[in-house]
Each structure stands twice: as structure tokens, then as C-alpha cells.
Design a protein around this ligand. Structure first.
Ligand code: F0G
Length: 474
């Protein structure tokens, strides 16, 4: 009797909590080449110091983006095999329609080949010259589509978002006072929509709380303005609501997602993120009239309304992906891997946006190399150094991306100079994350040696970051 009790106590003492692990295993692998520093120096010079110009074989770990770079599941690949490629009324269209209805609650939708195409379609129906579009740190294509129409995006994100040392659970939130000031200042007919980006990519993959969503909707209703979600990472946003916001711990991700979208009048979606497909997108809306107006532009720019730039097999994979991406176990693995890399960086003393975002770790380049002047493109300099050190491709979210003021044509220097390490979904292991963190640590340890950054030798009139060419300042 006593020995049994003793045995029970010992067992209890040795009983360890099972560690976190991915809810999937790997069925197919893709080899990647680990280059030498000498090779990388040569390639980077030939790429005019623009990481977009590198060939993917020249990259060992590609953290340029989490967009379209994820690994599809076996179920998604099976769906690819049974896609219906009919021009009109394909079964794949209806599969996608039902998934969108079930997950977001929107009765109308239009397929598009990716997120910016959905923006093009929806904004063609809603935004005109002279308009004002307030929101939380509009993504660059969103801002591009607004400015292209000679309208203006006004950023109303809370101030905490721009201080990487401040921890705030919902740094994607809208500052309601700022928003109301905008709504009071401009006449209703010049504010076609408010855009809420969930999660907010530009401020660091930071979520928006349900409370903030509700408050923004209340203001939108007060002024009679539609609320549109830029929903690329809506599932990651729902995950953060579940784990950080009071009252949501016991709700499923799908319940939270439905509640989030219940406050939106329309949405645009880049399915390359939270639908885990390589290509695809859509816009969705509650109003039949808006659907009919937008349909005209969908047909002109994307394709007929039952395929809109997507093949049937891709619509099938997207429908399946929406379901998988809104499961807690998947999201827990996803967000925790990003956090794993972020925590390693913090342990090494590397300045990063905190808390760690949903899809990426954002290195604060100004705090990394404070000796560099902003005119020499601080974040780009750090990103290039990281590539030289480890063959890791990241992306600059700083002055190059911020581009020039559309009116004055002067460079805009944003409050944050960030290097984004975006983690593709279900693609890399934590060994890769360790490698990235070590490479970052190495360049952080030698940061005092950086004397100069870069100057631009070529830039396109709009969205210059994709094609910009640079030279080293000696
Ligand atoms: N909205 C957000 C918040 C995004 O992050 C993106 C794309 C888009 C819209 C446009 O979607 O690429 O399918 O046309 N972001 C990618 C990135 C490119 O790397 O963050 P898209």
C-alpha cells in the first residue's frame, strides 16, 4: 500500500508537461543551397543591392515574405486534382463561395488573382480622386491603389505601434480620437471607406482587438462610412484575440473570425497568407449593389465573376486552406514559431518590435545601427548585411518602402526603420530559426563597424522598392 503511494508520488514528480510540437509531419522536401560569402558578395552587387533582384537559388533561407510561400497540405493538393476548370459556374467557385460564407459570413464575393487585385476591383467601385481613406498603417499596395486614384491614405494607428520598446497587446489598434478627427474634418462624400488591416503588417504584424474593431465600427456607423477589412492575416488576428483579449479564451478561432467579420461591410483578401495558397485572393461584401458595381471591374481586370483570375484547382485549394488556417492547433504552431525566433533575438539583445508579431519578426534598424543617418537607408543596410552573413533574405520596411510624398516628391522617412523576417507557413523548422538568429547576432556584434549605408541610383515613379537600384556609400 505504502509502496504504491510512494510510486505514485515519484511518478507525479517526474511527470513533465509535454512540449509544444507542430500538428503536422513533412511529406515532401525541397533542397536549398547554402552559398559562400564570396558568392553572395558577387550576387548582391549584380542585384544592385536590391534583394528582390536575387534569384531564389542565391538565397539559403528566404524570409522575404510569408505571401504565397507556405506549404500546402496533402488535403489542399488533393483538392488541386479535382478542380473544375469551367469558365462559368465551376464547382470550384461554389466550393470557394461556401467556404467564404461559412468562415466570414459575407454573402457576396469576387475571386481575384491576389490581394492587390481585389483592392483594385473594390477601390475602382468605391474610391475616387480627392477622397480620404483613413485606416491603420495601410499596406503599400493598399496605399498605392489609393494614391493611384489621386486619393489619400491617412494613418490613424495608435502611437504605441511606433515605439518598438513599448509592449502593447494590440499594436494594430486604431487611435479612435485620431480617426474621429479625420471623420469630422472631411465631408462624408470624400471618405468612401475606413480600412482596418488585420493583422497590421506595416506596424509589425500586430493585431487589432475585438474591442477596437467594435469601436471603429461604431464610429464608422456614426458618420455613415463603410468599414472594409484588409484581411490578409485575419486568422492570426483571431488567434491573438483568443490568447490576449478578455472573454475570448473559450471561443474557437472560427467563432472569433465570424464575430470579427460581423463588424465589416466589405473585405479584401490576399489568400497567399491566411488561406495558405501560392496564389489567389478575393473581395467580399454585404451589399448587393456594391457587388454588382464591383463585378464590372472584376470582369474587366480579373476575369468572369466565377473565376476572377484563379483556376478552378486554386479555388479548391483556397477553400480547403481557409478551413485549415482557422484551426487553433495550426495557428498555435505558426505563431509560436515566429515567437521562437523573436525570443532568440531578444535573448541576444537584438532590438525587435515587441510583442513579436504574427507572421514576422521585425528588427528595429534604427536601434541596431543608430550611427547611420536616415538618408542612407538604415533598414536596407541591415537587410543587406544579413544576406551577406547568412544567405538570408529579409525585406526592408523603411524609407525605401515608404517612398516619396505623392505631392512634394520628397522622401518620406517613416517613424520606424524595420527589417522584416517573414516566416513562410509550415515551411522552415526551428533549426532554420536558430541559424537566422545566429546570423543576426553576428552582424549585431559587429554593428559598430558600419560607417555608411546606400544611395539610390534608380527608382520607379511609384512603389519603388521592388525595382530600386542602389550603390554603396564609401
Ligand atoms: N494587404 C496586406 C496587409 C498585405 O500584407 C499584402 C501583401 C496585401 C494586402 C496585398 O496582397 O500580395 O496578394 O497582392 N503583402 C505581402 C507581404 C506582399 O510580403 O507582406 P497580395
Amino acid at each position: 500500500m505504502w509502496s504504491a503511494f510512494f510510486f505514485y508520488l515519484c511518478q507525479k514528480k517526474n511527470h513533465m508537461e509535454l512540449p509544444f510540437a507542430e500538428p503536422y509531419k513533412i511529406k515532401m522536401v525541397e533542397n536549398i543551397y547554402r552559398s559562400t560569402r564570396a558568392e553572395r558578395e558577387k550576387w548582391l552587387k549584380a542585384a544592385k543591392y536590391n534583394l528582390f533582384n536575387l534569384r531564389s537559388e542565391q538565397v539559403y533561407i528566404d524570409l522575404l515574405t510569408d505571401s504565397g510561400t507556405g506549404a500546402m497540405s496533402d488535403k489542399q493538393w488533393s483538392e488541386m486534382m479535382i478542380g473544375d476548370e469551367s469558365y462559368a459556374g465551376a464547382t470550384s467557385y461554389f466550393k470557394m463561395k461556401h467556404a467564404i460564407e461559412r468562415i466570414t459570413g459575407f454573402p457576396y464575393f469576387l475571386p481575384a488573382h491576389q490581394g492587390r487585385a481585389a483592392e483594385n476591383v473594390l477601390f475602382s467601385a468605391m474610391v475616387k480622386a480627392g477622397d480620404i481613406v483613413p485606416g491603420n498603417s495601410h499596406f503599400d499596395t493598399t496605399k498605392g491603389h489609393i494614391e493611384y486614384r489621386k486619393a489619400r491614405a491617412i494613418d490613424c494607428t495608435i502611437a504605441e505601434a511606433y515605439d518598438t520598446t513599448v509592449s502593447h497587446p494590440f499594436k494594430g489598434n486604431v487611435d479612435l480620437e485620431k480617426l474621429e478627427t479625420v471623420l469630422k474634418t472631411f465631408p462624408r462624400e470624400h471618405v468612401p471607406m475606413i480600412i482596418l488591416t488585420i493583422t497590421c503588417n506595416t506596424s509589425g504584424g500586430q493585431p487589432v482587438s475585438m474591442q477596437n474593431i467594435k469601436d471603429v465600427k461604431k464610429l464608422a456607423d456614426k458618420y455613415g462610412i463603410p468599414l472594409v477589412f484588409d484581411s490578409a492575416r485575419f486568422a492570426e488576428n483571431a488567434y491573438f484575440i483568443k490568447v490576449r483579449e478578455n472573454g475570448y479564451a473559450d471561443k474557437t478561432i472560427k467563432e472569433i473570425v465570424r464575430e470579427m467579420f460581423s463588424f465589416a461591410d466589405a473585405m479584401t483578401m490576399s489568400s497567399k497568407k491566411d488561406a495558405i495558397v501560392n496564389m489567389g485572393g478575393f473581395s467580399a461584401m454585404r451589399s448587393k449593389e456594391l457587388f454588382q458595381n464591383a463585378s464590372v471591374f472584376n470582369i474587366m481586370f480579373e476575369g468572369y465573376i466565377t473565376y476572377g483570375g484563379m483556376s478552378g484547382r486554386d479555388m479548391n485549394a483556397l477553400a480547403q486552406g481557409l478551413d485549415e488556417a482557422t484551426e487553433f492547433e495550426y495557428l498555435d504552431a505558426r505563431v509560436k514559431q515566429v515567437e521562437y525566433l523573436g525570443k532568440k533575438c531578444i535573448d541576444y539583445g537584438i532590438p525587435v518590435q515587441q510583442p513579436i508579431g504574427g507572421h514576422a519578426v521585425f528588427v528595429d534598424a534604427r536601434r541596431f545601427v543608430p550611427q547611420l543617418p536616415k538618408e542612407e537607408f538604415i533598414a536596407q543596410t541591415v537587410a543587406l548585411e544579413l544576406y551577406l552573413e547568412g544567405g538570408i533574405r529579409s525585406v526592408e520596411i523603411g524609407a525605401i518602402l515608404a517612398d516619396r510624398d505623392p505631392i512634394t516628391r520628397e522622401n518620406r522617412y517613416p517613424e520606424l526603420e524595420l527589417v522584416r523576417l517573414a516566416i513562410p507557413r509550415r515551411t522552415y523548422t526551428n533549426n532554420h530559426m536558430d541559424y537566422v538568429a545566429t546570423a543576426l547576432k553576428n552582424i549585431f556584434d559587429t554593428r559598430h563597424e558600419a560607417k555608411h549605408g546606400f544611395r539610390i541610383t534608380y527608382e520607379a515613379p511609384i512603389m519603388r522598392h521592388f525595382t530600386v537600384e542602389l550603390e554603396k556609400i564609401k
